[in-house]
Design a protein around this ligand. Sequence first.
Ligand SMILES: [Zn+2]
Length: 143
Amino acid sequence: MRMRTQRQVVDYSLQKRALLREVHSGRVGIYEVCDASPYLKNAARFHGELTDDRCPVCRRENLTHVHYIYGDELKQSAGQARSKTELPVLAMTFREFQVFVVEVCRGCGWNHLVEQYLLGRSGLDESGPNAPTSTRRRREAAE
Ligand SMILES: [Zn+2]
């Protein structure tokens, strides 16, 4: 389910499929891709969302999604993992921040970036009647 202010979504499923092909053909070692750090495993345990998808490597455990948030406005919270239920609140609190979604297998340690996107109040401007389109265009042009 998409949040209302979600924008600039980058999907990494193609990269993931390509990497998994390499793993299944033996060109990339399992130890190279199942390298979840203790921090990532902890984040999965305490802030992760368990999905219905089986781990594509060990096929024993279901994958957990971890949401990391980044942005200058977040100050000391930048780089932290947050549970998905906290994101709508943060999206109404801050103008703009980046979310990185990482899938983790808590069994074998497989991990991969799923997608990234922007959240935040400034996304509401884009469809609002008083949308500051000139500001938005300038920002997009700068990227
Ligand atoms: Zn696994």
